[in-house]
Ligand binder design. Structure first.
Ligand SMILES: [Zn+2]
Length: 418
């Protein structure tokens, strides 16, 4: 056991040092020579201070991401190896004989410990974002979001976990298939209620005040055949300086949303370009593809989890304090394996997402035919989020759901030339 503990800590530290070296020394922040002086070159639209800050901020943010993900794995691993999971299970069994009650108590302990241990990373992320002037959220409001997050996640995940444990108890061989079959309506339901029920828990949604802009956006929407009769603005300026806008929902449940930060910082033509881009996601049915692919991925994923769990329990069940697949103490291993798998598949998902973003950029250009506004939008987005125009390869692979700003601006400049 001690060997497993020190080995995992050693691996984590080595990985941390590598990623620090990679982000701060191993990769260059410069853009390729051929792009120097073009509209994609940050030196043409950022001042020296913004340039320096964007490099520093991006690297620190990426470092936190790459440290936090394996840290979560480390915590789950240690919870197993140190017998903590086993103790949670024993304690839950002492409190109640009811299986559902045991699952709830066990999962509450586990959620509490993992949330508290992940808090330092979240706090550092908040502090960094605050010190670079991106986050404008007060500590109280930030903490309130953490608490809402905890209970929303706990509620949703408890439902998932209780169902999962019930299915495993019923059939240790076929649980993964039954779990998948149940996950299909659940995924669709969550996608459906997210914009209308979950998002308003965190922020205030109001009808857009600016009537003139509202009319322009709605006429753009009717041009794109989107059944919307209202545009919402969400009050985000108390939390962040980042800009955002989106069109969500399924069918007649569609919602056009703009953050108030976007309204304040961008010109009308830039806002219309962004809206056209967001409408493209809706028109091209990207949300349906996302739901369909997540259903397909969870089919393969749950089967793999099943096989991997069986293998690990047979081989190392003793070291990990897990007797059978049906024992509650298996949950950290379940989360560990599924988190590693979803991390492994994220580059492929990001790749698909980047293609969809490219399609939406193209659609927005066709709709607005305003190259100047489009290029300026991306320049302004880079500036307000202090993002790197040309991030390192590993960052793009694991984090970029959108093409890099270098790629997006270059694409716009090339648009219509061929
Ligand atoms: Zn997009």
């Amino acid at each position: 056991m001690r060997k497993a503990v020190s080995w995992s800590l050693f691996m984590y530290v080595c990985f941390g040092l590598f990623i620090y070296w990679y982000l701060f020394y191993g990769t260059s922040a410069d853009i390729p020579e051929a792009y120097k002086g073009t509209s994609a070159d940050p030196a043409t639209f950022m001042n020296a201070r913004e340039l320096m800050l964007s490099q520093e901020f991006s690297r620190t943010k990426y470092l936190l991401f790459f440290l936090a993900t394996p840290f979560e794995w480390l915590v789950l691993f240690l919870i197993l190896v140190l017998g903590i999971s086993k103790r949670f299970e024993d304690s839950a069994k002492l409190i109640t004989r009811l299986r559902v009650g045991q699952v709830a108590i066990y999962f509450f302990y586990l959620s509490l410990v993992t949330t508290v241990l992940a808090l330092p990373f979240k706090w550092m992320g908040y502090q960094v974002s605050k010190s670079y002037g991106i986050s404008t959220q007060t500590l109280a409001s930030w903490f309130k979001d953490i608490v809402i997050d905890f209970w929303v996640n706990f509620g949703i995940m408890l439902l998932v976990v209780a169902t999962l444990m019930w299915l495993i108890q019923k059939s240790e061989k076929r649980w993964w298939f039954h779990a998948w079959a149940l996950s299909v309506p659940f995924t669709i339901f969550l996608t459906f209620i997210q914009p209308v029920v979950l998002d308003p828990l965190y922020n205030d949604f109001q009808p857009l005040q600016n009537q003139e802009l509202k009319q322009k956006i709605l006429s753009l929407a009717s041009e794109a055949d989107i059944p919307a009769d209202n545009v919402y603005e969400v009050n985000m300026s108390e939390k962040t300086k980042s800009l955002n806008a989106y069109v969500t929902g399924i069918g007649s449940n569609s919602r056009i949303v703009l953050w108030d930060t976007t309204l304040k910082q961008l010109s009308e033509n830039e806002i219309l370009f962004i809206m056209a881009h967001e409408m493209a996601h809706y028109v091209k049915k990207h949300i349906y593809w996302a739901v369909a692919s997540s259903i397909a991925i969870s089919f393969v994923g749950l089967y793999l989890i099943h096989r991997i769990l069986q293998f690990i329990i047979a081989k190392w069940g003793g070291v990990l304090n897990i007797r059978t697949l049906a024992s509650l103490s298996v949950l950290p291993l379940f989360f560990l394996v599924s988190s590693v798998l979803s991390f492994a598949v994220s580059p492929a998902e990001n790749y698909v997402s980047r293609m969809e973003e490219r399609v939406s950029d193209q659609y927005a250009m066709e709709m607005t035919e305003d190259k100047k506004a489009a290029v300026e939008t991306f320049q302004d987005l880079s500036k307000t989020s202090l993002s790197q125009v040309n991030p390192p390869g590993l960052v793009k692979l694991f984090l970029y759901t959108h093409p890099t700003m270098l790629e997006r601006i270059t694409y716009l400049e090339e648009y219509g030339k061929k």
